[in-house]
Design a protein around this ligand. Structure first.
Ligand code: FES
Length: 106
């Protein structure tokens, strides 16, 4: 069995995501939310659709290294996508800034 293929996608200028906010991007048939937490630990990428009931996680409030879904308040770690108050989880993706652009591996 071979490992799943991963490809890099450029999502546009890194400055499009202000500190403390997130933005959603369509990547390879997925919705991915990229966040720039105030914690100063660079950008983070997670699935943009909340696994509880489809809430828009790019609109989530960022609290240090967690986000809180705007619909019903489930919280997810920006580090590993784990839900902090339930049994759900969202997938995380490697993301970086390269030559002023956001690059995510999917
Ligand atoms: S849809 Fe996100 S907490 Fe319900």
């Amino acid at each position: 069995m071979s490992a799943p293929e991963v490809s890099s996608h450029r999502l546009g200028p890194a400055h499009a995501i202000p500190v403390g906010e997130g933005r959603a991007f369509a990547v390879d048939g997925r919705q991915i939310a990229v966040f720039r937490p105030r914690a100063g630990s660079g950008i983070r990428a997670l699935d943009a659709v909340c696994p509880h009931a489809g809430g828009p996680l790019a609109d989530a409030q960022i609290d240090h290294m967690k986000i809180v879904c705007p619909l019903h308040g489930y919280a997810f770690s920006l580090s590993d996508g784990a839900c902090l108050n339930g049994d759900l989880a969202v997938r995380t993706y490697p993301v970086r800034e390269e030559d002023g652009e956001i690059v995510v591996d999917v």
